[in-house]
Unconditional design. Structure first.
Length: 278
């Protein structure tokens, strides 16, 4: 992987952890998630007229991805409502790369080098070790939702890895996904309770703009990277967002981060270096 692509994916990982922290820190995780996705849809509406439309053969992938993204955002909000980000985030983001790697080799016939497989395994082991010391009082439903969301993440990653290569327009492809998913979630929130959602937007619109820009930037950069590097490698390297997410959880959200997760940080960094060498 080229050093510039490597750096861009790491930056995307930092953006991803940032918008997740915004959701977790919101007084209502579901409405904050809708606020972030709504802002992303607004950004897409502004930018799309200036971009070349995705190729026709990519539109089924865009539609499928939008459905997966809606499920993903709802599960993120629910998982963060039930359990700590420092627990659920590693489970969601840590399990997905291994699923993506296996599926990309089996279904997409995308071979990986031995060193890439080693890097993938080390990153997955490190991320999962951070969630290994699950507290006794942890909400089991939150853990189940986090693991279920890993399957959703793997699903939309594979869909978009194939779709963005057919689109010949990575930026527009990404923005259409956010336009469709963000509009659907915003419409649901307005239909559910126009007054409460409107009030929440009025008080927290700035968080929505920051989170919306973060989620669009994070995923857009990752999808672009998938056009020039193996999908499995990009997916795994992007999950180093756990490093940023853990730091934010401890320093800003004041969650308790144990020794096992600190050790996991070192393992993840080692895996990232192996991927870079691959």
């Amino acid at each position: 992987m080229d050093i510039s692509v490597f750096a861009i994916v790491i930056f995307a990982a930092a953006l991803h952890a940032t918008w997740n922290a915004i959701v977790k820190g919101g007084s209502d995780t579901l409405l904050t998630t809708v606020l972030v996705t709504g802002a992303a849809a607004l950004l897409a509406t502004v930018c799309l007229p200036f971009l070349t439309a995705p190729a026709r053969e990519s539109w089924p992938f865009i539609a499928a991805s939008a459905v997966f993204q809606i499920v993903y955002f709802v599960l993120v909000a629910r998982a963060y409502h039930l359990a700590d980000m420092s627990l659920t985030y590693p489970l969601m983001r840590g399990t997905a790369p291994l699923l993506v790697a296996l599926a990309s080799v089996i279904w997409l016939s995308e071979p990986l080098s031995a060193s890439a497989w080693l890097g993938l395994g080390v990153i997955c082991a490190g991320i999962l070790s951070m969630a290994g010391a699950i507290p006794r009082g942890a909400n089991k439903a939150g853990i189940v939702l986090a693991l279920g969301n890993a399957v959703v993440i793997a699903g939309y990653t594979l869909i978009d890895g194939a779709g963005v290569r057919r689109s010949h327009a990575p930026a527009a492809y990404t923005l259409w996904i956010f336009l469709l998913s963000g509009t659907a979630l915003s419409a649901w929130a307005l239909a559910r309770s126009r007054r409460s959602f409107g009030g929440y937007v009025g008080r927290n619109w700035h968080l929505g703009l920051i989170g919306g820009a973060g989620t669009v930037g994070s995923y857009g950069l990752a999808l672009w990277a998938m056009t020039v590097a193996p999908i499995a490698v990009v997916a795994a390297l992007r999950e180093t967002s756990i490093l940023f997410g853990t730091a934010i959880s401890a320093l800003l959200l004041h969650e308790r981060v144990g020794r096992a997760r600190i050790v996991g940080v070192g393992i993840i960094a080692t895996g990232a270096i192996l991927l870079r060498l691959a």
